[in-house]
Ligand binder design. Structure first.
Ligand code: SAM
Length: 266
């Protein structure tokens, strides 16, 4: 009996069962209706049933955040999202992912089934401290607000409410080593975690404090709840400096406001 070359495998999501051929090195990724990654073919790296490399998942995540964002994200910010490993900041999994913020404490979260870092690469809030409902914020929201603060290479940036430092790292990728980022976190244990997480960004300084004493800055990004800009923040902004802050401290009612300051003519 004549036998030809082995038949190409069927795509796992090919519901109609039609045979298809794959060119060498062709990758097919499919997304579910809600935009989350379902599968890729052919498999790149088998890992607990997931088939994409972590780098590829992180890039897919960055591009999803950009595609879903309600404002244009600068390419450098999308690159930073694709580069910075969220799992390094959140510690070992499993993690708690915010599901229903109206429920108290840990009831607000679902637990990831395992410690596969791919669970972190969705547009989700991840608990830093579930009891306190203290979260690593939603990527799409933070991306839009970071875009609004217009960080440029060489800028001096202050990040108030740094948590464990994930968005500080994104800001630091945008300033580059020619700039500087001062990250301020009021919780001493979190500040220490942020300091360790950011050790490979020597142009970042992590301070434990309440954000009332800050150095001169071209951009200030506030993640801590506040009702108005502190006089010290306004005084610290350079000519043309940008400030983005949440103008309402109530959960789910956050409206980030952006102010641009220019020094008055003498
Ligand atoms: C919503 S969490 C966001 C953490 C981080 N930006 C993230 O998304 O991973 C707010 C953080 O602000 C800190 N915080 C609250 N008030 C602060 C203040 N006055 N100065 C500095 N940090 C503050 C909290 O301890 C908490 O870590």
């Amino acid at each position: 009996m004549l036998t030809g070359p082995p038949r190409p495998p069927r795509h796992p999501d090919d519901q109609l069962g039609r045979p298809f051929t794959l060119a060498m090195n062709t990758e097919i990724a499919t997304t579910s209706a809600c935009g989350q990654l379902r599968s890729v073919w052919p498999p790149l790296h088998g890992h607990q049933g997931h088939l994409l490399t972590l780098d590829a998942v992180r890039r897919f995540y960055a591009e999803e955040i950009a595609a879903a964002a309600t404002a244009e994200l600068p390419p450098a910010l999308v690159e930073a999202l694709a580069r910075v490993p969220r799992e390094r900041f959140l510690g070992p999994g499993p993690w708690r992912i915010m599901r229903d913020a109206s429920r108290p404490g840990v009831a607000a979260y679902r637990r990831t089934p395992d410690a596969d870092p791919r669970h972190l690469y969705h547009n989700v809030l991840v608990a830093i401290d579930a009891e306190r409902q203290l979260n690593n914020g939603q990527p799409s929201g933070n991306a839009i607000w970071i875009a609004a603060v217009e960080v440029r290479p060489g800028d001096r940036v202050v990040h108030i409410g740094a948590g464990v430092g994930y968005y500080t790292a994104i800001l630091a990728e945008l300033t580059g080593s020619s700039g500087s980022v001062t990250a301020i976190e009021i919780d001493a244990a979190l500040a220490e975690r942020a300091r360790q997480n950011l050790a490979d960004h020597p142009w970042v300084t992590v301070l434990c404090g309440d954000g009332s004493a800050i150095p001169e800055a071209d951009a200030i990004y506030v993640n801590a709840g506040c009702t108005h800009p502190c006089a010290e923040w306004l005084a610290a902004l350079s000519d043309g400096g940008r400030l983005v802050l949440p103008a309402d401290h109530r959960p789910h009612a956050r409206r980030h406001r952006r102010a641009r300051l220019r020094a008055a003519a003498p």
